[in-house]
Design a protein around this ligand. Structure first.
Ligand SMILES: [Zn+2]
Length: 158
C-alpha cells in the first residue's frame, strides 16, 4: 500500500486521536505505550501536524491503525490535553470515547526532583503520582514534589 492511500484510507479498527494542540502530537505518542506499539508489526501510526481546525485554528491528529488506546492511556491523555477527542474505531464504525480522569499515574513521567528515588541511576523506583486535579498538579508518591499538569509533557520518560 502506498503511503498516500494509507493516509486517506478508512480504518477498520484502531484509534484516532483528534483535536491535539498543534505540534504536540509527538508528546501524545510518547504518552502511549511505545514499547507495545513497536513490538506489534501490524500497527501503523500516522501523525498529521498543524491541520486546519474550526475549533482550534490548527490541530494535530494521530491515527493508530490496529492499536486500541487503553483506558489508562485515554485518561492520562484527557488530563494532559483537555481538548483531545478520542475515537475508537471498530469494524469501520467510529465511537467517541469520553474517559474519566486518572486518580494515579504510574510510570511515564519522571519526577522533577533529581534526588528522588525514582531518578537514581541503579534500580530506580517506578514513578507514581497522585493526581490532584482541583489543584492542577500531580504529586510524586515518593518525595511529594508537585508538578503542574500543563508541565507534564516536559517530563515524559523515553
Ligand atoms: Zn519524586
Amino acid at each position: 500500500m502506498s503511503a498516500e492511500s494509507l493516509l486517506v484510507r478508512k480504518i477498520d479498527w484502531g484509534t484516532v486521536l483528534d483535536h491535539i494542540p498543534a505540534w504536540r502530537a509527538d508528546q501524545v505518542v510518547r504518552l502511549l505505550n511505545l514499547e507495545s506499539l513497536k513490538r506489534d508489526a501490524d500497527v501503523s501510526v500516522i501523525v498529521l501536524y498543524n491541520v486546519p481546525s474550526r475549533k482550534l485554528g490548527r490541530k494535530d491528529i494521530v491515527k493508530l491503525y490496529h492499536y486500541m488506546v487503553s483506558e489508562e492511556e485515554a485518561k492520562i491523555l484527557a488530563l494532559v490535553f483537555p481538548q483531545i477527542t478520542i475515537n475508537y474505531i471498530r469494524d469501520w464504525k467510529v465511537e467517541k470515547h469520553s474517559p474519566g480522569l486518572p486518580t494515579e499515574i504510574v510510570g511515564k513521567i519522571r519526577c522533577p526532583e533529581t534526588t528522588c528515588i525514582t531518578n537514581v541511576e541503579r534500580e530506580p523506583a517506578t514513578p507514581r503520582y497522585i493526581v490532584m486535579r482541583e489543584h492542577g498538579v500531580i504529586a510524586c508518591e515518593y518525595c511529594d514534589t508537585l508538578l503542574e499538569i500543563e508541565r507534564i509533557p516536559d517530563f515524559l520518560r523515553e
